[in-house]
Design a protein around this ligand. Structure first.
Ligand SMILES: Cc1cc2nc3c(=O)[nH]c(=O)nc-3n(C[C@H](O)[C@H](O)[C@H](O)COP(=O)(O)OP(=O)(O)OC[C@H]3O[C@@H](n4cnc5c(N)ncnc54)[C@H](O)[C@@H]3O)c2cc1C
Ligand code: SF4
Ligand code: SF4
Length: 544
């Protein structure tokens, strides 16, 4: 352990004889840097900010900070793949902060408390149509409403939520949680018109009822593969299976189910098949596990539930009750190539989980659109080539996750708002990144990550009960306090304590500190001792 240069020897004001004069060449400045978690969150959440609020039990303030960016914390806390945690600096100290589990705690707490979102913006009288009530459309609607616009959301389905309802199974996202977060958006005055497919966007745009349109119709059509098959083969597509189940019509999959694909949808269908009573659910995937796009924790959970995996395999032929599967091997570049060796696999049904495509027929006749690889191009404001028509989520080129879709909705809302006001939206400049090298981590004691409890494996395959449980309040508080507050002062008083010249002035709770340059000699001890890296030395000319 290094020696800390603590030098607290003088009482405040006792160094008045030590006025600096003009010989200091550098001086410290307090800065706010961009924590890597904030930078990585696709919804643009101020993660460090709401963790800081949550740390002392100010849950409502934390939740409201979070809701500035994302209206679905309880959903996020269950389904987001948390890229924020992948880059969390604490991972280099011991284990990353469980950001996602604290987010879930706040989301669930807000639902239990019945907290709502007031609209303080002046009403603009502008009316925006949102097509699609999935995460992207609902996020756009929420932010547009907060900005004072009237919003109508039209969706083809019987219930709102998009793939959050008709894709992600209940054992990962209980519907009461989803319903509560959607109901809060409706309570803000957003109108959702269900069973209302939109088939002609151009007619709506020129019709004059709406001042702008945001499209977020997702990717609903399961991709097909040309698999030779006997007449009695039972081949279904994964999104159809999950959709029918949610609609109350559990599909007939049989006792032996094979799922073809390696993404999260394949895992969800296989785990669902087990819960519907299949004795065997096997995933057939042409590559190896390390190449599987599915989330690792979901693969683990599927294996725990008895889902089987056939790596390096492709389906050559499907017939009633059986599949012919060809073994693959990896060539020198790691690409799977056929071996010509085949096996038989018992399967009453084959479910294809090979990805989804967007149905763009509602855009027929819209001038100026650019469609590439089946998705609609948008500019940096989320506007398509047709003026006044914005788009986001799975129907535009981007990673296909709930959080990315929510981020698009927010970004589109801010740009639609600017467009309706005939201005441009200019996001604030990003602060420099608070990377690990800037932190002084010896101040932080080791504190292992709080683990979320899970439903025991035996009960998982017989029910659709939620598998991963939330943290209790004590564990959520503990987890929030593990945050290192990267690049942002958290008023620990270290600088105040270590300054040999008493040049650090305390401005009171919430107001941080100020350097009294009359007394600062520019020794830089405060910079050395700031745990969160929130003080930088700059030359007297102002350059770092
Ligand atoms: C099985 C499965 C599991 C997944 N799991 C996760 C996960 O755990 N975490 C994660 O981050 N992502 C997950 N995803 C991906 C995620 O669900 C999507 O990226 C996200 O839902 C896309 O949001 P969206 O708003 O663009 O579209 P969608 O969620 O697809 O919503 C589009 C909405 O538009 C409506 N619509 C379509 N056409 C029309 C029309 N013509 N008129 C009116 N309405 C229309 C649809 O009814 C739908 O409600 C999963 C996807 C699937 C399929
Ligand atoms: S939404 Fe996802 S990426 Fe953003 S803070 Fe939550 S868990 Fe992290
Ligand atoms: S320690 Fe805190 S501020 Fe730093 S990256 Fe992790 S969650 Fe973000």
């Amino acid at each position: 352990m290094r020696d800390k240069p603590f030098a607290i020897t003088l009482d405040v004001g006792s160094s008045l004889a030590n006025k600096t004069g003009s010989w200091r060449v550098e001086r410290p400045v307090y800065v706010d840097l961009l924590p890597p978690c904030n930078n990585a969150c696709p919804a643009g959440e101020n993660v460090q900010g709401w963790l800081y609020d949550a740390e002392d039990g100010s849950y409502e303030r934390a939740w409201r900070t979070l809701m500035e960016d994302n209206p679905f914390p309880a959903v996020m806390g269950r389904v987001c793949y948390h890229p924020c945690q992948t880059v969390c600096n604490r991972g280099q100290v011991d284990e990353v902060v469980g950001i996602n589990s604290v987010e879930r705690f706040l989301g669930d707490h807000a639902i239990a408390q019945g907290w709502s979102v007031p609209i303080s913006a002046e009403q603009t009288g502008k009316h925006v149509l949102v097509v699609g009530a999935g995460p992207s459309g609902l996020s756009a609607a929420y932010h547009l409403r907060r900005l004072g616009h009237d919003v109508t959301v039209r969706d083809a389905g019987e219930a709102a939520g998009g793939m959050m309802r008709y894709g992600i199974p209940k054992y990962r996202l209980p519907r009461a949680v989803l319903d509560a977060e959607i109901a809060r958006i409706v309570a803000m005055g957003v109108r959702i018109e269900l069973n209302h497919p939109v088939s002609d966007v151009e007619a709506l745009l020129v019709g004059g009822d709406f001042d702008a349109v945001f499209l977020a119709v997702g990717a609903q059509i399961g991709k097909h593969a040309d698999i030779p098959a006997g007449e009695a083969a039972r081949i279904l597509d994964a999104v159809g299976v999950l959709h029918d189940l949610e609609g109350g019509q559990p599909p007939l999959l049989g006792r032996q189910v094979a799922v073809y694909g390696g993404g999260n949808t394949a895992i969800d269908v296989a785990r669902t098949a087990k819960r519907l009573g299949a004795e065997q659910a096997v995933i057939v995937y042409r590559r190896t596990r390390d190449r599987m796009p599915a989330n690792d924790s979901e693969v683990e959970e599927a294996l725990e539930e008895g889902v089987l995996m056939r790596w390096l395999s492709t389906v050559k032929y499907a017939d009633a009750g059986r599949l012919v599967v060809e073994r693959m091997e990896l060539d020198e570049s790691g690409f799977p190539v056929p071996t010509g060796e085949v096996d038989e696999l018992a399967a009453d049904s084959l479910v294809l989980a090979l990805g989804q495509e967007t149905d763009l027929t509602l855009l027929d006749g819209v001038p100026g659109l650019v469609v590439q690889d089946g998705v609609v191009e948008v500019d940096e404001t989320q506007m398509t080539g047709r003026r006044g028509l914005f788009a986001g989520g799975n129907m535009v080129p981007a990673e296909r996750t709930v959080t990315v879709a929510i981020g698009h909705g927010k970004k589109a809302a801010r740009n639609i708002d600017a467009w309706l006001r005939a201005t441009t939206y200019a996001p604030a400049d990003k602060h420099p990144l608070a990377d690990y090298a800037r932190l002084n981590t010896w101040y932080y004691a080791d504190a292992p990550h709080a683990v979320r409890p899970r439903l025991e494996a035996a009960r998982r395959t017989t029910t659709f009960d939620e598998v991963v449980h939330g943290l209790d309040e004590a564990s959520a508080l503990y987890e929030a306090r593990r945050c290192l507050s990267c690049g942002n002062c958290f008023e620990c008083d270290n600088c105040f304590g270590v300054c040999p010249d008493n040049a650090v002035l305390k401005l009171g709770p919430g107001n941080r500190y100020e350097i009294d340059l009359e007394f600062c000699k520019g020794c830089g001890i405060c910079v050395e001792e700031c745990p969160s890296g929130s003080i930088l030395m700059v030359s007297e000319t102002g350059q770092p």
